[in-house]
Structures are given as structure tokens and as C-alpha cells.
Design a protein around this ligand. Structure first.
Ligand SMILES: CC(C)(COP(=O)(O)OP(=O)(O)OC[C@H]1O[C@@H](n2cnc3c(N)ncnc32)[C@H](O)[C@@H]1OP(=O)(O)O)[C@@H](O)C(=O)NCCC(=O)NCCS
Length: 235
């Protein structure tokens, strides 16, 4: 799999499921990989890990919903969501679709000394000239083109395209099949809905929602919700 860091363009990743500037090409960390979240998105993340051939250590699943504790997700048991100093130096990934929860848990993991790790499905295409932020997730079929910069804990979902020179802010989510044309800028905690298209060069603000299937032809500000073709504000 192609590497994400501009400093690692020639590196061959020995752990394709675990792709970060910290661990690329490094020996497998001895600690468990802790995955936060056990819902639908967690299944997608686990699937990406399994698709890599299973060459990883123990995976621990943690979720805040007591109803789920002890249950299985894709064969893995779910435990309580606790975050403390036992996470120091532990590889962690937040597999939760909600941006605010992702942001809150990321802050707690940082305080506890844990390391957010990036996971890319082995059948995602990530340019060696792109940069993936810590804790981001790149699903099967997604493409991250040269000079794209994907922020911390961003989700680029199945078959989404982040074209050249795009900037995607922390905790945003590019939903399945969405297309960001070249040079698009996306703020923080923004959702680009499934199948939406953002024309090249457009800017989208923070905490904004672009509805599924919308085509964005102009700049969209912060905290807006737009739908349709061309995209216009939901009133
Ligand atoms: C845009 C969106 C956020 C609107 O959600 P909402 O505020 O709850 O809006 P509602 O569902 O109440 O719909 C309001 C109206 O807009 C229409 N509408 C909703 N989403 C639409 C869309 N994406 N395109 C066109 N029309 C849409 C509804 O049919 C409804 O029309 P009506 O008033 O004539 O009945 C949501 O529909 C959406 O597209 N979310 C993206 C989901 C997604 O892709 N998630 C990724 C998961 S991996």
C-alpha cells in the first residue's frame, strides 16, 4: 500500500493496516490496537483490518453503550469505553461516525498519552505525495490524490475521491462515493454526504452538511446545510 507521509514516500509499509508517520515501516507495536466504537463504522474499520491479511496483534473494542458490552462485532468482544493513562503509547483508532464524539475521544486519548493511528484499507489508493492526519480512516475503493492533505481523525469512506491539492479539516467525513475535485477545501467536522460532488476549487466551511447527491458549485460557509443540484441552502 502507498504511504501517506511526504517523509515516507519510498517506505514500504510492513503493517499495511496500520499506516501512520509514527509506525510506517516500524516493527509492530507490542500493545493491543484499541478501537473506540462498535457500531456500523467500526464494522467497516475492522473489515479493513481483516482485509489486510490479519497481520496484527490483539484488537480491543471499546464502546460507551453498556447494552453492547460482552456482545460481539465481527467476532470481537466489546468492552466498556474507558480512557486512562493505561493507554500511554497504545495505538488507538476512533471508529465512530459522529464528528463531535470523535473529537472528544481524540482529545481524551491525547491526554492519556495514546497514539491515534491511521488505518487505510489495502484496496484504497493513497498517493505517496498525500498526507494523512493521525487517526484518519481510508475505506476500500477510496482515492487520495497527490498533495491532498487529510486532517486528524477524518473519514474518507468507500469509493470517495479526494483529488489533488484538497485540504480536508479535522474530524470531517467524506461519505461513500463523494467526490472532491482538485483544490477543494473542507473545514472541520463537516459532512460531505454520500455521492455529493464538490467542484474543483470550491471551499466548504466547518460544521457544514452537504446533502447526499448534492453538487456544490460555489463557496459554502460554516454551519450550513445544503442539498440539490446546484446545491442550495436548506431553510
Ligand atoms: C441533507 C440532510 C442532512 C437533510 O437532513 P434533514 O435536515 O434531517 O432533512 P429531512 O430528512 O427532514 O428532509 C427535508 C426535506 O429535504 C429533502 N431532502 C433531504 N435530503 C436530501 C438530499 N440529500 N437531496 C435532496 N433532497 C433532500 C427531503 O426529502 C425533505 O423534503 P420534503 O420536505 O419535500 O419532504 C440529509 O438528508 C442528508 O443528505 N444527509 C447526508 C447523509 C449521508 O450521506 N451520510 C453518510 C453516511 S456514511
Amino acid at each position: 500500500m502507498a504511504m501517506a507521509s511526504p517523509t515516507s514516500t519510498s517506505a514500504i509499509c510492513s503493517q499495511p493496516w496500520l499506516c501512520t508517520q509514527t509506525y510506517c515501516g516500524s516493527p509492530m507495536p507490542s500493545k493491543s490496537l484499541v478501537i473506540f466504537g462498535a457500531g456500523g463504522h467500526a464494522k467497516v474499520v475492522l473489515d479493513a483490518l481483516f482485509a489486510s491479511g490479519g497481520d496484527f496483534g490483539r484488537i480491543e473494542l471499546r464502546d460507551g453503550d453498556p447494552e453492547l458490552w460482552g456482545k460481539l462485532v465481527l467476532g470481537l468482544a466489546i468492552g466498556p469505553l474507558h480512557i486512562s493513562s493505561e493507554l500511554a503509547e497504545t495505538p488507538c483508532h476512533i471508529a465512530i461516525g459522529n464528528a463531535d464524539i470523535r473529537r472528544r475521544i481524540a482529545a481524551e486519548i491525547h491526554s492519556a498519552g495514546g497514539n491515534l493511528v491511521t488505518i487505510a484499507h489495502p484496496r484504497a489508493i493513497v498517493s505517496p505525495h498525500a498526507t494523512l492526519g493521525a487517526g484518519s480512516f481510508i475505506a476500500a475503493g477510496a482515492i487520495i490524490a497527490p498533495n491532498a492533505v487529510v486532517g486528524e481523525a477524518v473519514i474518507v469512506n468507500h469509493s470517495a475521491i479526494v483529488d489533488h491539492d484538497c485540504l480536508v479539516g479535522a474530524f470531517s467525513h467524506i461519505a461513500p462515493g463523494a467526490v472532491l475535485g482538485g483544490g477543494v477545501t473542507i473545514g472541520r467536522r463537516t459532512l460531505i454526504g454520500a455521492g455529493a460532488t464538490i467542484l474543483p476549487g470550491c471551499s466548504i466551511g466547518s460544521e457544514t452538511i452537504i446533502g447526499a447527491g448534492a453538487v456544490v458549485t460555489r463557496t459554502i460557509g460554516d454551519r450550513e446545510k445544503v442539498i440539490m443540484v446546484p446545491a442550495s441552502k436548506v431553510v
